[in-house]
Ligand binder design. Structure first.
Ligand code: ZN
Length: 184
């Protein structure tokens, strides 16, 4: 089911998601609907807060942007087939940032048509639960690493506007004020 995407500045976007302790039918349905919604909205990631649920659940599919924004996923140092692994559904993800950073443009489905430059780690180590109850540990690089950092921020109530440099945020301030005004 395609769900409505919650726009900024909805208060739920600032809520830390609660940990998922049991993979219920409700969680599986939510994940399936989030994948459907992400695809319908042409997004590469979606966090549960963006569909009105403050839980530690995110879905990611970077395949549509692979050509322009290179990515890699490694398990024990061995590169995996991204096409076969996407869409990724991550539960209770824990992310460790490796030191190298780069700056690139990001968007967010909760901020339609708004883009800004954000510095992120180029490589991250991830440990997350999967819907089949197993645990998945991997290294993400490139756009996938950026996307995971953006989504895990959402799960903790952090938004990409919080991470933008002051120049980027200043250039968007008029539009952010308008979103605040127009939010009902
Ligand atoms: Zn977002």
């Amino acid at each position: 089911m395609i769900l409505p995407v919650v726009p900024y500045p909805a208060p739920i976007l600032r809520q830390k998601g609660r940990r998922i302790e049991a993979i219920t039918a409700e969680i599986r349905n939510l994940a399936a609907s989030m994948i459907e919604t992400m695809r319908a909205e042409h997004g590469v990631g979606l966090a549960a807060q963006q569909v009105g649920q403050a839980v530690q659940l995110t879905v990611i599919d970077i395949v549509p942007v692979l050509k322009d924004r290179p990515s890699a996923l490694l398990v024990h140092g061995v590169e995996q087939d991204l096409g076969a692994l996407m869409p990724l559904t991550l539960l209770n993800p824990e992310v460790t940032l490796l030191p190298e950073r780069d700056i690139a443009s990001e968007g967010c489905l909760s901020f339609p048509d708004l883009h800004g430059s954000v510095a992120r780690a180029t490589r991250v180590l991830v440990k997350a639960g999967l819907l089949d109850g197993t645990s998945f540990e991997f290294e993400a690089r490139g756009m996938l690493a950026r996307c995971i950092q953006h989504e895990v921020d959402h799960l903790n109530g952090i938004l990409f506007i919080d991470r933008m440099n002051s120049a980027s945020r200043a250039s968007l301030s008029g539009r952010l004020k308008r979103m605040l005004r127009e939010y009902v």
